[in-house]
Design a protein around this ligand. Sequence first.
Ligand code: PLP
Ligand code: COI
Length: 341
Amino acid sequence: MEKKNLDWSNIGFTYMTTDKRYVSNFKNGKWDAGELTEDSTVVLNECAGILQYCQECFEGLKAYTTADGSIVTFRPDLNAERMMGSAAWLEMPIFPKERFLEAVDQVVAANAAWVPPYGSGATLYLRPYMFATGPVIGVKPSSEYQFRLFGTPVGPYFKGGVKPLTLCVSDFDRAAPHGTGHIKAGLNYAMSLHASEMAHMRGYDENLFPDSATRTYVEETGGANFLFVTRDHEVVTPASDSILPSITRRSLVYVAEHYLGLKVTQRKVKISELSDFAECGLCGTAAVISPVGKIVDHGKEICFESGMEEMGEITKKLYDTLTGIQMGTIEAPEGWIRKIL
Ligand code: PLP
Ligand code: COI
């Protein structure tokens, strides 16, 4: 199969229309059979639930070309399960796990020419999502929905690749206690846009959102979880009920413990203890692990010992091991890799 003629090593994290996407509709209480389509447009009723009351959830995962030329996805079962949880929370129908996995396989196989080659640093980003298509004017769940899944080739999420980022502690809230922070709903991202534009205007790459109730604990950024490393090489990840349970973070915790023999603690992390850490990274499907060099808390600069030039030593080991597992150069734990082609 011939690959598309793209400058794979220099693509950014932007949308590109690929050949085929998967669509399934929910009507009269059931999902239809679903199919691949070449049509990248969505036509909606003016009163569709997604347009009026933002009833939508989504996922993000990647397809990789491995060292031996296979095309694989990484733990797509966890994306399927998380989307089931997001849908339930938003009073949407569940898209069954097996159907989700089938849709992933079909879209990746149909767009194999768009899966970046091994070693290019790029991947095929997959975006499954579900939204209310039925009309609603009173505030209530819709009775009709659409599930879609497309792929788009992407490079690094943050410009500059592995250059450490500078974050600021946000004055805005991302997620309320007992709210929607733990699910992957578009509404969480809509409300982070103002905060992120403000941060960018002030020269920061991203926001660190503190917990909304006390503003004293580290939650996450707009699109990734935090991971810290202490001076004696213990990995610490913030625990909270209002952050997204990142699949990358959960995988890194396993990698740290079982591949690198590191101690890992998942606990609440105070903003006031940030200066005790030697390394900091943002982890997520898009972010992979992006190193953080500095966090500015209302004028107070917290500079991590790993500096502003490169990834910290442990962060780099975690990055190399995780990406090695994804690209097939390091043996994966049972069930982590789903081979498609
Ligand atoms: N936190 C937020 C808010 C996200 O949008 C993402 C991206 O999916 C993550 C964390 C990382 O999650 P995952 O590793 O499952 O991609
Ligand atoms: C992902 O990492 O898949 C996300 O959905 C994060 C988003 C900010 C691109």
